[in-house]
Structure formats: C-alpha cells, structure tokens
Design a protein around this ligand. Structure first.
Ligand SMILES: [Zn+2]
Length: 497
C-alpha cells in the first residue's frame, strides 16, 4: 500500500504535479467537565451523542478503508482522547496507518494540533506556548515520533504563533490562500517561507486550493464520482503549462466531510486515492514528503489575524462579524473569560511561588500527567523535589487541574456560532466554574463574585439566557460533586485531608 504514495515526488522528478488531501478531524468537546461524560444528544439518534454518530459515519469507516495512510491529517487531541476510550481499535488503526508512512519515508503524514482548539492569535503568549507544547506532546505520545507540521485551529495565525511553532521544531503549517500576500509570479500551488521575528529560521506555509476545497466541502455533486472529480475539477488545473517548478495542489477541509457531513464521501475519498488518481498523471503526496525534495525558496508575507473559516479575520471569536450578526454576547464572553483567566493565573502564581519559580514550565509539563506518562508525584519531584507532603501534592494537583480547565475555557467552538444558548459556550463557562471552584478549595480565595460580575453582560439574543446564570448553576454542580469522581487531575489519591 505504501508504494502507492507517490514515488515521483520522493524521487524528485522535475515538473511534477501532485495532489494532497488534508482532513482536519475535530469535534467540539461535549464532555461534562465534572463527570467527563457526554450528555445524551437527541439529534444524534440512533447514537447516544454526536461523537458516537460521527465516529460511526466518518472516523471508523475512513480508518477501515485505509484513508488515513494516504491523506495529510490532524486529529484534535481532545477528540483523540475520547476516541481512544470509545474505540481503541480505530484509534490504533489510524496511528499505524500514519506510522507506515513514517517507517517508509522517514516523515509522517500526521500533523499536530494545539491541544484545546484555541484561537492562538487571541491567546496570550503563555497560553500560546502551552497549547503548542501540549499539542506536540499529545502527538508524540500517540504516534511515537515528532510532528513536522501543526494545523492551527481555524488556521488562525499571527507571527508570534508561527514563531512559537518554530521554537518547538515545527516546520510547516497549512493556510488558506488569502492568509498570505503573494507577489507577481507566485502561485498558490507552492509552499512559501514566512520570515519570523528574532533569529529564527523561517516557517514554511502550504496554501490550499480554494475552489477545490470549497467543492469538496460544500458542492455535493462534485464529489459523487471520483473519476468525474479528477477529470472535471482536478485535471483542468494542471492543463496550464508547467514551468520549471513542481506543483502541489492541496485540498483541505474538515475531515468529517468524508462520511458524516456528506454520506459515502469516505468511499469517494478511497476511490479517489486508490483508483481515480492512478488513472491520471497526478501523484499523491503530503506536505512532509513533498518538502523532502521541494524545499520552498521564495518568501511570502503573512496576513496576520486571519483564518480559514471566516473572512472577517479573528473577529468572529471575539465579537460580532457579518457571519454572526447580532451576536453581541461574544465580546462580553471573551472579555469576561480573559479577565477571569488573569485572576486564576494570579492565584496560581501567588500559591505556587513558594515552591518553584518555574510555574509555567510546570504547567507545560503537566501534559505528561494528563497523558498518563508520569504521575503527579514524579512531575513535582522534577520541579520541586521530594519534600512535599501528601496534602501539598494533592493541592498542587488541584491547582494544575484548574489550569487545565483554564485552557479549556478558550475552546474556539464557544464563539463560533451565532447564539450563546447552545452547548459550546455554556461548556466554556462550565470549565471556568470548575477552575474557580478548584482554586477556592486550594487557596481559600473565592473568585465566584468576580466571575458572576464579569459574565453578567453575556446574554443570548433570543432566549435571554445569561452567562452569570450559567456560571452560578455550573458552580453549584462543582460544589456538590464528589472529589473522588474527578478523573483527570490525577493526584496519588483523593485530596481529602
Ligand atoms: Zn465572519
């Protein structure tokens, strides 16, 4: 099977034309922050919730068909975490398909993703670094090798984000064609270098083909038949005379298009990769493989604060844009959660500085506890030493758990849609309530009154549901919840003293 992945690109044929399909596989986190369970979702019937239904329609069949070996892909770490419990067989199949490529070519076709699907240009520096490091650690834990590329949530980008990717040995990302300024003679079928601040090496950016990606995502007729797609959509792109350069055409979409958003497109993808493309002169590739023999030479200027899913930049995740008119709750939600995050960070800092000055490095390394690679004792031993009492270990564990929630509250899905009265924004507030509750247990400082004041202006334009109401209700649930049931903060045992 590996032989099908393009030999010519690997062999550096001049004038080569290649195609790469990228799938961004991701679901908004639907888990209740306390139980870790997904509430029943009626719309997902006959499955219990959307994760299960999308899994049955997309993730599992695509893995059975071997599609993960032939596309470029990223799977959101929070989705992977759910999948590894729900269907470890599919999880393993996806990973081994990627690793087959890695074994054969020395470069894999999987890309990492920042851990919580946070809009990085809107995050502060520390959060950017944590999100990137957690995402890379998750990838390495699953795939057993370093990622070369990182997919950015909503492809939202700024130079600082790219700089931190470079600091963490990431070589490339994929962007929409409007996210860079091309000059005369530069075409979208090439990767480009983006200059970075400091003495960093430049970042490579691949651009996807806008028309083809739109067709795959939104024009059903175009993907009913893979041969038709190749003949009518793909090949005409390459009829223009090729110069001296090799061309790579990238088709990027949500991975859920293949089988969930559009039925049978998992089979379309399989036939495209295993049949229809073989009848053309086009080769199949992926970015890491392509770069081996086609390193970019020319520079392009980044258009900062842009994304793939909205033409209004990153405004969509902080306020109203033309896509979500009237969504005047978004600004107050962003502002309120940012202020609350500052207050949570302050408490973390005040409490932790008696133990170590490397508190943010500790937070970055906490991912290894979340992944089960070490226990909390081991982690704190590295940063603080072995002198901690059990109570101290448990309390620090709770504060790190608060920082985990503190990352989740900026999950981009909370701001994507028009209305506040739906699960995604309310989940972000539930994570905030949990962070406030955990912080109080450890420090005695109650941030709840501040949180309520900060979220008071968050109000759904149809139902009037308010942010402070949601917070208060979720906070009550945190209080009533038994500590032993909180699964993720993983102290050596329960923290009751
Ligand atoms: Zn918009």
């Amino acid at each position: 099977m590996e032989d099908d992945i393009q030999k010519k690109a690997y062999g550096n044929t001049m004038g080569l034309d290649a195609v790469c399909v990228h799938g961004h596989f991701y679901q908004p986190p639907r888990e209740d922050p306390l139980s870790g369970l997904i509430p029943d979702e009626a719309g997902a019937a006959p499955y219990q919730n959307w994760n299960e239904r999308i899994h049955a329609e997309c993730y599992r069949p695509n893995s059975v068909l071997g599609n993960f070996q032939k596309i470029s892909f990223n799977i959101g770490p929070t989705l992977f975490k759910w999948m590894e419990t729900y269907d470890p067989v599919t999880c393993d199949a996806i990973i081994s398909q990627e690793r087959n490529n890695y074994a054969q070519y020395g470069v894999g076709n999987g890309m990492a993703q920042p851990y919580n699907h946070v809009i990085l240009p809107l995050a502060n520096k520390r959060d950017k670094i944590t999100q990137i490091k957690w995402g890379i650690a998750d990838f390495e834990h699953r795939f057993g090798h370093q990622p070369l590329g990182m997919w950015l949530p909503e492809t939202a980008v700024d130079l600082e984000t790219l700089a931190y990717l470079a600091d963490n040995k990431i070589q490339f990302t994929i962007l929409a064609p409007w996210q860079v300024e091309l000059t005369d003679g530069q075409t979208e079928d090439q990767p480009y270098l983006v200059e970075l601040p400091g003495n960093r090496d430049p970042m490579t950016v691949f651009l996807y083909n806008r028309n083809l990606s739109t067709m795959v995502s939104f024009v059903s007729e175009s993907t009913r038949n893979a041969e038709y797609f190749v003949n009518q959509a793909l090949e005409p792109i390459f009829t223009a005379p090729n110069g001296t350069h090799n061309r790579i055409t990238l088709i990027a979409s949500d991975g859920e298009v293949y089988g969930h958003h559009k039925s049978f497109r998992d089979k379309f993808l399989s036939y495209l990769l295993n049949g229809a493309l073989h009848q053309s002169d086009l080769e199949i590739t992926y970015p890491g493989l392509w770069l081996l023999n086609n390193p970019p030479k020319s520079f392009a200027k980044l258009s900062e604060y842009t994304s793939w899913s909205c033409h209004h930049g990153v405004v969509r995740w902080m306020g109203e844009c033309d896509c979500t008119l009237g969504a005047n709750w978004k600004g107050p939600l962003r502002w309120g959660l940012e202020k609350l995050a500052e207050a949570l960070d302050h408490q973390y800092q005040v409490y932790m500085r008696r133990y170590t000055r490397r508190i943010w490095q500790l937070r970055n390394a906490y991912i290894h506890v979340l992944l089960g690679q070490m226990d909390l004792h081991g982690l704190l031993g590295q940063f603080i030493g072995d002198s901690l009492t059990k109570t101290e270990v448990d309390k620090i564990g709770m504060l790190l758990a608060a920082q985990y929630e503190r990352q989740r509250i900026f999950t981009s899905c909370g701001w994507f849609f028009e209305h506040f009265h739906r699960i995604e924004p309310q989940n972000n507030i539930a994570y905030a309530a949990q962070a406030v509750w955990l912080t109080r247990q450890v420090t005695g400082v109650d941030l709840k009154p501040q949180a309520l004041a900060l979220l008071r202006k968050v109000k759904d334009q149809r139902t009037g549901l308010r942010g402070d109401t949601v917070f208060a209700e979720r906070y009550l649930r945190s209080k009533d919840f038994s500590e032993e049931d909180i699964s993720y903060f993983n102290p050596s045992s329960s923290f009751s003293t």
